[in-house]
Design a protein around this ligand. Structure first.
Ligand SMILES: O=c1ccn([C@@H]2O[C@H](COP(=O)(O)O)[C@@H](O)[C@H]2O)c(=O)[nH]1
Length: 278
């Protein structure tokens, strides 16, 4: 599905849906009941420019807007049936609870993939993989500075002493990836680590947040993570997320056009970077 959307829209861009009512344009400003309307208009304005959408569940749950998220998922299915939806939930819990989280992501919301913290190990990830055709992106080397605190530590107990994020990449590329359902989250703010993860996980899709508001370098991201085929696709896909820079490109009545403009520029920058040699 990801490959098809990438081809159809000529894009590696994921638009992140992080609705924050205080940042909405004047007509919706401060109104949590307008979360669906705002996000649906962003989806309509960008659906032909993206390879995926990524709603972040906290922005809905914080406003008791889970019902609006359900409606938004249905809307995305209707207007962009070819575009995969990654539910950014960053779940991670013991198996029995993980079964409930998996049901929430894939049955309640109908997401195509979900983000997970691998911190609790294999049995916390396995329940998601029982859903055939669905994917899970494991946090590996996240975009925030605090990601260093644990993810960059070396594992003295593992031969060759890889760092924790390298070990996660190896597990996801190898023994944990029973049916090819896993991908990894790696921050655009750390291109050297994207390159390292790509070495360790050559075929996995990488979800890469951090361009736009967090200042990650779009060109460096593509150089580090994209490994091209002649047909323009990557051996392991990259999905480059931008949320706030697109959503809040304008606080005026022109917010949809402004969001479209930024999404188009970002998509074009990413596509052009495929041709730039290191
Ligand atoms: O390492 C990570 C993992 C997830 N995120 C999420 O991506 C978006 C980024 O939003 P921007 O506005 O483009 O900065 C947001 O939903 C995060 O929760 C991340 O940033 N880094």
């Amino acid at each position: 599905m990801l490959r098809a959307a990438e081809r159809q829209n000529g894009s590696m861009l994921c638009v992140g849906l992080d609705p924050e009512p205080t940042k909405f344009p004047a007509a919706y400003k401060g109104d949590a009941n307008k979360i669906y309307d705002f996000c649906a208009r962003i989806v309509d304005a960008t659906a032909d420019l993206v390879s995926s959408f990524k709603p972040q569940i906290a922005y809905f749950a914080a406003h008791r807007a889970e019902g609006q998220l359900e409606r938004l998922m249905e809307h995305m299915r209707r207007v962009a049936p070819h575009v995969p939806i990654i539910l950014d939930a960053k779940r991670g819990d013991i198996g029995s609870t993980a079964e409930q989280y998996a049901k929430e992501a894939f049955e309640r919301y109908g997401a195509d993939a979900v983000t997970l913290s691998p911190f609790m190990g294999w049995d916390s990830v396995a329940p998601y993989l029982k859903y055939e055709g669905k994917g899970a992106f494991l946090l590996c080397r996240t975009s925030n500075p605090g990601g260093d605190d644990l993810q960059n530590q070396r594992l003295a107990t593992v031969e060759g002493q890889p760092r924790l994020y390298e070990h996660i990449a190896q597990l996801a590329q190898g023994p944990w990836n029973l049916n090819g359902q896993l991908g990894l989250v790696v921050g655009a703010t750390y291109p050297a680590e994207i390159e390292r993860v790509r070495e360790l996980a050559p075929t996995l899709p990488l979800l890469i947040p951090g361009v736009g508001a967090q200042g990650g370098d779009a060109v460096a991201t593509v150089k580090a993570g994209w490994r091209g085929h002649a047909d323009g696709s990557s051996v392991g896909a990259i999905i480059v997320n931008s949320s706030r820079a697109v959503l809040y490109a304008s606080s005026g009545d022109d917010f949809e056009q402004a969001a479209r403009q930024v999404a188009m520029q970002t998509r074009d920058t990413l596509e052009a970077a495929k041709g730039i040699k290191a």
